[in-house]
Design a protein around this ligand. Structure first.
Ligand SMILES: [Zn+2]
Length: 582
């Protein structure tokens, strides 16, 4: 017997309540018995903690006759024998002094259900439990009982061993079978509201609109944010055009991101209007002021012949490749699709262009243009990680294309084996780019692309490096300064440093180029705070980042109020290597 007990001592029974989610099971749904890590162990003390009646509150308890009361929301907490000093221990001690000690129980939260049965059976509260056998043996027996289907709800276990005072007993209650709180604890329940009652109550408290009204709202000026709260498989089979998808289970955690303004009107829908009703209630509780639920849901919408659309989704392979993006709420599947649709032009496949291009390609930016008229040289390989020894002498743009497409076959790399000039800049920009990453190493290109970006209204991610120092910023037309706001004209060629001075720590472009890639991704996704109007400075020797605020110059010759430069200027080329605004 001792042997068995020892085995029992390590056998654990886990009880986990399913989270009462109003949208799913309704309040007060008994949790299911789950297989998992143990929460209750033989010999542990269980402390009862009263959560109060969520619907009536605890105050009313004394005033209501016992038989009329609702089931109490009781939670049991296990207190280990060695942990009796804390607050739980104190409670346990008090309960023990009052003679309220209980044994570990199964299916504690199925109490309401159990109590109903008790009530039906004449509110039998047993004095003393009878089953003194080890928990394991009882569990085994329970399985056997289930198989035989012998026990009706509320019936005592007639076949059990004789009662042992002070122990708990079990009663047959399907899979759960909570043991009865014995001794002086007796509760007299009243039925919890059914799902239907709860739904009716919730629906009476929220605003609902029919499909016709919803259609008018969507066509109106103050178009609400439409949120589909169904599950992914339902969403993929069709949606209301323009809707965003936040499954009911994630609504509370993601709504701030989707609708930061609590005054924004929101229209929620699900398949039939029930989940969205609960969702609307939740959003109101979170402080959203104008929430409506679509009565009849997507089913009614579709049946009424209103427009629907099939959302694009990632196929299985892409879902796997970009799973770490899909997992981020700010990116998700939609963000990844956005990246796959994005087009980024990189100036230069050198030190800065290499890490930028690698990360943008890996992230799934659908189209990458690479402008570079140089060939791979041995002195490049110290930092230009797109290339390799075997590529010496190849065009950098071609070498980059090979490396990037090998990394990610989903993307399209467009090489431009030419130097950006006033002659070709319009042609290259005509291919359509959402963001430009400037990894150029010379002044003429810097000024040319700046002017082009302003005139084409394309955000330009700027980066520069020199020895141990790097800089990065974002020139976003209309939102901050441009390069010429800071440096209206390039320095005269005689003041430019010679090429021999332009040394750089090999890893430095890796850091600055990665920052540029990060900014470009944020711009493509439309998330976060890009480095607009902020110049980020990095000192690799000190390992220090600092930031300088930049302001748009109203007298800027290109983006100022009365621009003086209105067409491309080809500056005399001179040696590069020094940062252009160090
Ligand atoms: Zn400017």
């Amino acid at each position: 017997m001792e042997g068995v007990l020892r085995v029992d001592a390590v056998r654990r029974v886990g009880i986990a309540g399913s989270r009462p989610s109003p949208g799913r099971g309704g309040v007060g749904v008994p949790p299911r018995l789950v297989v998992g890590p143990a929460e209750v162990e033989l010999g542990s003390r269980v402390v009862r903690m009263r959560g109060g009646d969520p619907l009536h509150g605890t105050k009313a308890r004394g005033a209501v006759p016992a038989r009329e009361r609702r089931a109490e929301l009781c939670l049991d907490r296990v207190v280990a024998a060695e942990d009796l000093r804390g607050p739980g221990g104190l409670v346990a001690l008090v309960e023990e002094l009052l003679g309220l000690g209980e044994c570990p129980r199964l299916g504690v939260a199925a109490k309401a259900e159990f109590e109903l049965q008790e009530r039906g059976a004449g509110a039998r509260v047993r004095d003393g439990a009878r089953d003194g056998r080890p928990l394991t043996a009882r569990l085994q027996n329970r399985d056997a009982d289930d198989g035989a289907g012998r026990h009706e709800r509320g019936e005592p276990d007639d076949e059990q061993d004789p009662p042992v005072p002070g122990r708990c007993e079990r009663t047959g209650l399907g899979r759960h079978r909570p043991s009865v709180a014995t001794k002086r604890l007796a509760t007299f329940p009243k039925a919890m509201p059914s799902y239907r009652e709860l739904l009716q109550q919730v629906k009476s408290e929220i605003d609902e609109v029919g499909v016709t009204r919803a259609r008018d709202l969507l066509a109106g000026d103050d178009r609400p944010l439409v949120i589909d709260v169904r599950e992914l498989d339902e969403w993929t089979e069709g949606r209301i055009p323009g809707a965003i998808h936040i499954p009911r289970g994630n609504l509370e955690s993601r709504i701030e991101q989707a609708a930061p303004d609590h005054a924004q009107p929101i229209l929620l829908y699900c398949a039939a209007g029930n989940r969205s009703a609960f969702a609307a209630k939740s959003l109101e509780e979170l402080g959203y002021e104008s929430v409506t639920s679509l009565a009849g849901g997507y089913t009614d919408w579709k049946r009424s012949g209103l427009p629907t659309e099939l959302p694009r989704t990632l196929d299985g392979e892409k879902r796997q490749r970009y799973s770490r993006h899909v997992l981020i709420p700010e990116v998700g599947e939609e963000g990844q699709l956005k990246l796959l649709d994005s087009r980024v032009l990189l100036l230069g496949a050198g030190g800065l262009g290499s890490p930028s291009a690698l990360y943008l390609a890996a992230a799934g930016v659908g189209r990458l243009g690479i402008v570079d008229d140089d060939r791979v040289d041995a002195s490049n390989l110290q930092r230009q990680v797109l290339h390799s020894t075997s590529r010496l002498g190849e065009w950098k743009a071609e070498s980059a294309k090979r490396t990037l497409e090998e990394l990610n076959p989903d993307i399209d790399v467009v090489p431009y084996i030419e130097r950006l000039t006033s002659e070709n800049v319009e042609r290259i920009l005509a291919d359509g780019w959402d963001v430009i990453v400037d990894g150029a190493d010379n002044f003429p290109t810097r000024y040319l692309i700046n002017d082009a970006a302003v005139w084409h209204d394309i955000p330009l991610v700027h980066g520069s490096i020199y020895r141990f120092e790097g800089q990065a910023t974002v020139f976003k037309p209309g939102a901050g300064p441009c390069y010429r706001c800071l440096f209206p004209q390039p320095p005269p060629p005689e003041l430019a440093p010679s090429c021999a001075e332009g040394g750089v720590l090999g890893v430095l472009p890796g850091i600055v180029g990665s920052l540029q890639a990060s900014e470009a991704l944020k711009l493509c996704l439309g998330i976060g705070e890009p480095l607009v109007g902020r110049l980020l400075l990095f000192d690799a020797l000190a390992t220090e980042f600092s930031e300088v605020n930049l302001r748009r110059d109203p007298n800027c010759p290109v983006c100022g109020d009365s621009p003086t430069i209105t067409e491309y200027v080809d500056y005399v080329e001179f040696c590069s290597g020094r940062p252009t605004h160090a």
